[in-house]
Design a protein around this ligand. Sequence first.
Ligand code: LLP
Length: 427
Amino acid sequence: MSLAVMQKDGLHVEGVALTEVAARFGTPCYVYSRAALTAAYAAYRDALQAHGLADRSLICYAVKANSNLAILNVFARLGAGFDIVSGGELARVIAAGGAADKVVFSGVGKSRVEMRAALEAGIHCFNVESASELAQLSEVAGSVGRRAPVSLRVNPDVDARTHPYISTGLKSAKFGVAFGEAFDLYRRAAALPHIAVKGIDCHIGSQLLDPAPAAEAADKVLALVDRLAAAGIALEHIDLGGGMGIQYRADEPAPTASAYLAPMLAKLEGRREQLVFEPGRSLVGNAGLLLTHVAVLKPGEEKHFAVVDAAMNDLMRPALYDAWHEIVPVSATKVGAGGTAVDTPMNYEIVGPVCESGDFLGHDRVLTLNEGDLLAILSAGAYGMAMASNYNSRPRAAEVMIDGNDIHLIRRREMVPELFALESVLP
Ligand code: LLP
């Protein structure tokens, strides 16, 4: 939330004015801070350190949260591993300089092609989510003459108490091996010639602000690890997934990494297994914002609309989850007040140009706006650009990373001809 700091010439990220970013790269534009990414990673690492766990832990950044190569590269340089869910993400990690042997591969529907690519790259572990996947992986590993390193992703049937779309740890979810079936599946896995049983994995959901469900899941996982050890199946690592929530609303209390992780980490002290974590949102969410210009002000009888140049295709979270992102003016200076100038604060619906009523970025925002004003949509570093689309044939936004006083363009804005370059008309 505190990524941007107000100065005389408006909001700054690190040493750079956002007005300068908009002038150079246009809007909509995602802006990330290298310092904020680094600080978020350090907070996770420090929390592990406080429990004496840093040396035997691997923080695998969940690539799906934001897969830009520059972001992956920043984490690779910090020593992170990566949690991937597709062959595409594996290719990105490798292209960004990530180490394949620090990659864990999650997901309920890995294809055989993806399995082979990951085996050939030599990843750390497959997080296997079903008996069928285990059988397929064993076959693929046999066909390339390797043993696949495997964890079972168990579903601990714990209610993460988050948005239902991002809650994954209940029995009713498609994710993971049912807790009651995991022990037997481990026994079968241990007997398969092309499978090397390495660990256990669990991820119960995302945007969790209460540490209790993750701690409860850890208890269940640890009990299973001990039961497996007693049966002669000694696991080398325990992967407790991601899910730590971040502060989206200015008035929302969000735990620090150390406070959120403490109850879970307390249970892991003194164990001998390697620990793996898969944080996504908490490493990037508050390290990014989306810059947008006010295109049109449309006062109405019931509602006042501010149509901005970013839309649901750029940031889908409000439309999809009714998610809240703070929206703040970048500058007190009004620019290009051509149309309806409004100088007193008004209650606005902040909407995009896409042809859907669900295309909103924020409801009921009290702001003083003029056409041409720059706005920053905060906490947009996670699941923002990663979920962007070309709906309405809108080129995807540019992305820049601020590093001190430097601005790096890390993805140029798409150009319209690129949007249909892969298409062809009938002969
Ligand atoms: N590991 C697995 C297996 C996951 O499925 C996820 C997220 C993560 C790790 C990372 O979780 P995080 O630390 O980011 O909470 N698009 C949604 C979030 C979807 C999360 C999907 N899985 C949103 O915008 O809120």
